[in-house]
Design a binder for this molecule. Structure first.
Ligand SMILES: *Cc1c(COP(=O)(O)O)cnc(C)c1O
Length: 356
């Protein structure tokens, strides 16, 4: 196969770890493929990336990421079909979002060739690590950290951008029980909620753990000011179906992560004749809509699970039950469509898929 893009220097592993991986028992994010990509930034410039064996790294204890948290990441997947073709979904959108996160966290933007060509070359090299089968993928994790060995509070002058990849089975299955969070917040106006910043995840761990102790799988974040408006469902964007309308909270407050799954689903819904409504949704309206049966579907959307249907919603003392999600028309259809698109089974009419 001829490569259609620029290639970077490769230091290959001497012995693949592939034979030690049990592809029938993959857990999310536990095993990593043979190679990784590494690009370094200093003196105001990105240096030529290298592809090298997946390995531990050395940092000075003063490296600024450990102290002041300049760290951002992305998450996407490569799928392989029975014929050995490899598909990636809208990776250009991940690059755009990574660079938007970089700007907010005062980090340098990544040039397109390092991200896109690096990703392609790495996937090509570790192609055998992509599991084939329903819900299986090679999870791709591009990320950037600051590594100046300096304790002064200022933007770091040096950074590392890396891509690691991990063979994965599907992330969630079935429906989730969620709780409306009315004490903790994920993001406030003017904060970093729209950036895929590591610190947002750190801050979410305690509230998520408390929700789990109460018997929920996940929580629904609400606005930081009054906890009146819906924002996201855990690490997924939130959507609901009401009649022939698809509703989701808007991105203009910059407290919601602009999901690529969200964006894709809104476009599909419009094409399929649904009315797409991006507007603030109150907790009160959600609760009423479920109680009065006018909300027919409620679900999270994101790369990990595509769609995570919600079966139970906890709010104050109430526990509201949604209908059987396997009968939900819109979310079932969009999940199936996106999963087939990402595995090359349906025609890509949007130019969202790249085949390697
Ligand atoms: C990554 C992420 C999403 C989903 O984004 P996708 O691009 O659809 O995977 C939603 N919310 C948060 C907080 C996220 O970090």
């Amino acid at each position: 196969m001829t490569l259609k893009y620029s290639t970077f220097p490769v230091q290959k592993i001497t012995k693949s770890k592939l034979s030690s991986i049990n592809f029938d028992n993959l857990k999310f994010g536990r095993d990593f493929s043979d190679h990784m990509l590494m690009a370094e930034y200093n003196d105001r410039a990105w240096k030529t990336p290298q592809i090298m064996p997946y390995q531990p790294l050395e940092f000075f204890p003063a490296a600024s990421v450990f102290h002041y948290g300049q760290a951002i990441f992305e998450g996407l997947k490569a799928h392989k079909n029975e014929a050995g073709e490899v598909f990636i979904f809208r990776a250009d959108e991940n690059l755009k979002r990574l660079n938007a996160s970089a700007v907010r966290m005062c980090m340098p933007e990544i040039p397109e060739d390092i991200f896109m060509d690096g990703l392609r070359q790495l996937i090509e090299l570790d192609k055998d690590w992509i599991p084939v089968g329903a819900g299986m993928s090679l999870y791709l994790r591009p990320f950037m950290i600051a590594d100046d060995p300096f304790l002064g509070v200022k933007p770091s002058g040096s950074y590392k951008f890396m891509i690691i990849t991990s063979p994965s089975a599907s992330y969630y299955s079935g429906a989730v029980k969620v709780k409306i969070e009315s004490h903790y917040s994920r993001a406030a106006k003017g904060g970093v909620g729209a950036a895929k910043a590591a610190g947002n995840y750190a801050a979410s761990l305690l509230p998520a753990k408390k929700a789990q102790e109460e018997g929920y799988d996940q929580l629904i974040w609400t606005d930081a000011k009054d906890h009146q408006f819906l924002e996201e469902s855990g690490t997924m964007n939130l959507m609901l179906v009401k009649g022939k309308s698809l509703l989701t909270p808007p991105l203009d407050g910059k407290t919601i992560l602009p999901g690529i799954t969200r964006k894709s689903i809104l476009q599909l819904a419009e094409e399929w004749g649904y009315e797409v409504v991006e507007r603030p949704i109150t907790v009160t309206k959600l609760v009423e809509g479920i109680e009065e049966n006018t909300i027919s579907e409620l679900f999270g959307v994101g790369t990990a699970a595509t769609i995570a249907p919600i079966s139970v919603l906890g709010y104050e003392e109430k526990q509201l039950q949604l209908s059987d999600y396997t009968k939900w028309e819109f979310s079932s259809k969009v999940k199936q469509y996106l999963e087939e698109l990402k595995t090359g089974k349906v025609k890509d009419t949007h130019n969202w898929i790249e085949t390697l």
